[in-house]
Ligand binder design. Structure first.
Ligand code: NAD
Ligand code: AHE
Ligand code: ZN
Length: 369
């Protein structure tokens, strides 16, 4: 079939809207009509050329929601008409990783996914006879896409696509990092670096579990109002304080953060996020994705004296199990999504969504088909 897609022909260039060719689902695969997709900073990161796994030409996008149109042979867990969220972290429930109960990082199809291919090693997308790569196993910047069955979470059919697409990455990553990775407890002091599409969801996760002090750190003063609405109790703009940021945060939190989260992808900020943690027990969680060749560093003494450094992908959420629950939390009003979606636009304007992100004017832009 033909479908409309925003194609990334090469790194650093605007996306191009094209009628692309899409082959139907093979065994174990599912054809999904994408109804809406968010634009995450990770899409911009890969488009920039900084992603070691970035492959071109490709159809980016990994934060979508849509409807199952057709299933391939052997597919049993979804059927045409089901409403679904594509999962860049699948959940096969059979691999060593899934069965460990220790991680959400299902590895069943990770190798081919990282090569921009379906599990059989081929692509379903092409343009004028030239193969287009899939992206993060999702490619939601296309009106139709094909995914493995294990990469789909079936959700409440009443959930609005243009809101819950955000559960496909940002909401789950932020809220999940608090709940499933850091296990923040009531009364804890939390410091969140970067108050964008991910950090604001960390803030609402921290509020949800009953954190006491929730400190937000951002160089964009415009983030303050939204963060306060989502539960931030104190705002710190690194450009507006006297002296050292880490010392300022340690003093503000009365000895250091119980939990900190880096939601930017800046390795210098990652160090500050670790070092502002409380001696003896503070835990810092890296969410931000840093470019090729970048490395983190600190004095090992920071760890010797009891701080812990960890990271999280997709908030530690097990996609097929946890994503439907997070959609239900939204439907019951336990989490908010609507105010974070600051811009909605058609596919033809997708490059504006990237511009708004880079200019710090949007929190989440959503593309509707
Ligand atoms: P975003 O652009 O919406 O937000 C980034 C925020 O960081 C902005 O508010 C910006 O003003 C702020 N910022 C930039 N430099 C700063 C600095 N030096 N100090 C303080 N604040 C600063 O991006 P996003 O969509 O929220 O994504 C954030 C990061 O998380 C990206 O690196 C993205 O790739 C990554 N990410 C990771 C996962 C995961 O599973 N680990 C999932 C989604 C996104
Ligand atoms: N491909 C990059 C890393 C990108 C990355 O870390 N991706 C996160 C999700 S970001 C979503 O917005 C992730 O899930 N990582 C785990 C994984 O298996 O990819 C690189 O550095 O090579
Ligand atoms: Zn993302």
């Amino acid at each position: 079939m033909k479908t409309r897609a925003a194609v990334a022909m090469e790194a650093g260039k605007p996306l191009v809207i094209e009628e692309v060719d899409l082959d139907g689902p093979k065994a174990g695969e599912v054809l999904v009509e994408i109804k809406a997709t968010g634009v995450c900073h990770t899409d911009a990161f890969t488009l920039s050329g900084a992603d070691p796994e970035g492959l071109f030409p490709t159809i980016l996008g990994h934060e979508g929601a849509g409807v199952v149109l057709e299933v391939g042979a052997g597919v049993t867990s979804v059927q045409p008409g089901d409403h679904v969220i594509p999962l860049y972290t699948p959940e096969c429930r059979q691999c060593e990783y899934c069965l460990s109960g220790k991680t959400n990082l299902c590895q069943a199809i990770r190798a081919t996914q990282g090569k921009g291919l379906m599990p059989d090693g081929t692509s379903r997308f092409s343009l004028n006879g030239r193969m287009l790569h899939h992206y993060m196993g999702c490619s939601t910047f296309a009106n139709h896409t094909v995914l493995p069955e294990i990469s789909l979470a079936k959700i409440d059919p009443d959930a609005p696509f243009d809101k819950v697409c955000y559960v496909g990455c940002g909401v789950t990553t932020g809220v999940g990092a608090v709940l499933y990775t850091a296990h923040v407890e009531p009364g804890a002091n939390v410091v969140v670096f970067g108050l964008g599409g991910i950090g604001l969801n960390v803030i609402q996760g921290a509020r949800m579990v009953g954190a006491d002090m929730i400190v937000g750190v951002d160089i964009n003063p415009a983030r303050r109002e939204m963060a306060a609405r989502f539960g931030m109790t104190h705002f710190v703009n690194p450009n507006e304080i006297d002296g050292d940021l880490v010392a300022h945060l340690v003093e503000l939190t009365g000895g250091g953060a119980d939990y900190s989260f880096e939601c930017i992808g800046n390795v210098n900020v990652m160090r500050a996020a670790l070092e502002c943690c409380h001696k003896g027990w503070g835990v810092s969680t890296i969410i931000g994705v840093a470019g090729a060749g970048q490395e983190i560093s600190t004095r090992p003494f920071q760890l010797v004296t009891g701080r812990k450094w960890q990271g999280t992908a997709f908030g530690g959420a097990r996609g097929r199990t946890d994503v439907p629950k997070i959609v239900d939390w939204y439907m019951k009003g336990r989490i908010e999504i609507d105010p974070l979606i600051t811009h909605v636009m058609p596919l033809e304007r997708i490059n504006d969504a990237f511009d708004l992100m880079h200019e710090g004017k949007s929190i989440r832009s959503v593309i509707t088909f």
